[in-house]
Ligand binder design. Structure first.
Ligand code: ZN
Length: 254
């Protein structure tokens, strides 16, 4: 194993292990200590878990919309509990490993307790409260940006192609320009993903870190949990040769 175990990561204190309704997840003190902002990433779920089944089918295009919505609400209700909010709506993108982002505002936000998915979207940002921004990953980088002063948050899915297209740099710049956020007061966090050296094509951690620095972000936390080196706790697309589940990352202004 090239990278640290989950226990070692937890010992350093950059992530905290929690559990709600049998679903294990990580929270991050660097984000949690910002007033009113919460972020989390779910870990590998037990086999046959309904929660895991929903994540597997998250982006399925199905004719049975009622069933899809029912499944999504299962995760939605869990997120409301895990984020400790009264209510929330949920926004995700149909991720295509590109660099397009969506700003969620009054005109395109879903109603309370509803979910909406934006086509061809790998990054989401908002200054609205009670909108959970969701990305799904298994090796790709879930990237959080948060600014407590401007009360704005952002969630990015940065895979190989998106990273090569500099999604982190572009999204961070948009976060500053469009939502009035200052780079100096922004915190960035690199969630569980495949570590440098465990993925031959690209060191995703280093590349995304450098892009965030180029955008002017000064506070960047990487707990350093490598999905490939921690198969008991994470899903890894590479380690499991494509047959794997998904980890859900979400950030919300409470
Ligand atoms: Zn590793």
């Amino acid at each position: 194993m090239r990278h640290e175990s989950l226990d070692a990561v937890l010992d350093r204190g950059d992530a905290v292990l929690r559990e709600l309704d049998g679903v294990r997840y990580l929270t991050y003190p660097a984000i949690d200590e910002l007033p009113g902002i919460r972020a989390l990433t779910t870990l590998r779920q037990p086999g046959g878990s309904p929660f895991a089944a929903v994540l597997d089918r998250w982006d399925e295009r199905t004719d049975n919309l009622t069933e899809t919505l029912r499944l999504h609400r299962t995760v939605g209700q869990w997120l409301i509990g895990a984020c400790n909010v009264d209510q929330a709506s949920f926004v995700s993108g149909r991720q295509i490993h590109e660099d397009r982002y969506v700003i969620v505002g009054p005109a395109n936000a879903p109603a309370p307790n509803e979910l909406c998915r934006f086509d061809q979207t790998d990054a989401l940002m908002t200054a609205l409260p009670r909108i959970a921004l969701v990305v799904l990953t298994a090796d790709c980088v879930p990237l959080f940006l948060a600014d407590a002063q401007a009360r704005a948050v952002c969630c990015v899915h940065a895979g190989k192609v998106g990273t090569r297209k500099q999604i982190a740099l572009q999204v961070a710049n948009a976060f500053f320009e469009k939502l009035g956020v200052r780079p100096q007061s922004t915190r960035a966090l690199i969630g569980p993903s495949i570590g440098d050296g465990c993925y031959a094509p690209l060191p995703l951690w280093r590349e995304n870190l450098e892009q965030l620095r180029a955008a002017g972000v000064e506070t960047i936390v990487n707990p350093g949990l490598c999905t490939r080196c921690n198969p008991d706790h994470c899903y890894s697309y590479r380690a499991e040769k494509g047959f794997t589940g998904r980890m859900l990352s979400a950030i919300i202004i409470a």
